[in-house]
Ligand binder design. Structure first.
Ligand code: FE2
Length: 345
């Protein structure tokens, strides 16, 4: 379908960009999927960019005569924004919100009776693992959609995400929730959850082998440093590559008994520190670039106690957003002593 073109100065606010916008030097100025606000509208106006292309709403897509529907509507991204902010603020996700973001997600979590039987068992043994699995499914389906996966593949990806840690049911609880560092022996017991998960998944006839393999390989890393087998990128399937990223992202940004949660910006930094060679580079780039944009317009707390709103996240430097505090724009890249310590939603 035709992308919706709109005039920057008239009605761009709250629209979502369907393509990157470049400056005259060829650098990305505003990233695709960014939500337009006053700051970005001003930025475009200053550069004399008058027209942008944005996502149509679901209704607009439906009315289009051309059947080439986009996989993502404006509503999907807005719903994901709401969910991502709630998760970053340490609040749970309302099941009703999932449908707006993705019908597939909502069905697999709330309605697929085969899945509910198994995820329910995860919930009974460990609440954290259950919530984590739902979050990983949310992030995975979001990224899967950005990668252009069709509905059948998205459903499989969602199942792999919901069941990826099912093998943890066999890990003793005192090891699973241990506060300090795990001993070598304990870690080798934890590592077994991948193989145990695969064995359990063999008993679920509705899963495809690719889903089972993703459960087995979600801790494998591109450079061969993962487990259980230490296989490298070429041998790791697409679902497992996605899970590797979304699993780590949710673990970093969630609170546990033994650790505080990181902000999304610290988590992005952490991915760079861990070495981007561990993850599929193109998938990681797409994920971080897009997930970060969802926090535009979020309320944040800085380490000096001030509360502000994220106005803009430079595509070239995702860890240094521009914050609006009472009308004053503060660029974190030029204020090294300032840091975001929490998202309020
Ligand atoms: Fe795991």
């Amino acid at each position: 379908m035709e992308n919706k073109s709109i005039c920057v100065t008239e009605n761009a606010l709250d629209e979502i960009l369907i393509e990157d916008i470049f400056d005259n030097k060829g650098n990305i100025l505003i990233a695709k999927n960014a939500i337009m606000n006053k700051y970005s509208v001003e930025l475009l106006s200053r550069l004399n960019i008058k027209e942008i292309y944005v996502y149509p709403s679901k209704e607009e897509s439906r009315l289009s005569k051309n059947n080439n529907f986009p996989l993502i509507y404006k509503e999907n991204i807005l719903a994901m924004q709401k969910i991502a902010r709630r998760l970053a603020a340490g609040k749970g996700v309302a099941p009703d919100d999932l449908g707006e973001m993705s019908k597939i997600l909502s069905i697999e979590i709330n309605k697929n009776s085969k899945m509910i039987g198994h995820t329910g068992r995860i919930k009974d043994t460990d609440e954290y693992t259950y919530n984590h699995s739902v979050n990983v499914a949310i992030y995975s389906v979001y990224i899967g959609r950005l990668l252009g996966l069709d509905d059948g593949r998205l459903r499989e990806l969602c199942q792999a995400a919901l069941l990826h840690d099912i093998g943890k049911a066999k890990v003793p609880k005192d090891i699973l929730n241990k506060k300090g560092k795990l001993t070598k022996e304990e870690f080798s017991i934890v590592k077994k959850h991948t193989i145990d998960g695969y064995v359990l998944s063999k008993g679920m006839s509705f899963l495809t082998e690719e889903v089972r393999e993703a459960i087995l390989c979600h801790h494998e890393r591109e450079d061969g440093s993962g487990y259980p087998y230490g296989i490298k990128g070429r041998k790791i399937n697409l679902y497992a590559k996605i899970l590797a990223i979304t699993d780590v992202y949710d673990a970093l940004t969630s609170e546990r008994a033994y650790k505080k949660k990181s902000t999304p910006f610290d988590a992005i930094e952490e991915f760079y520190n861990m070495g981007i060679n561990k993850f599929s580079r193109p998938i990681l780039n797409i994920f971080l670039k897009n997930i970060s944009q969802l926090y535009v317009n979020s309320k944040v707390i800085l380490n000096d106690g001030r509360v502000g709103k994220i106005e803009f996240i430079p595509p070239k430097d995702l860890t240094f957003p521009i914050i609006n505090i009472h009308g004053e724009y503060i660029d974190l890249s030029t204020n090294p002593s300032l840091k975001i310590i929490g998202i309020v939603e």
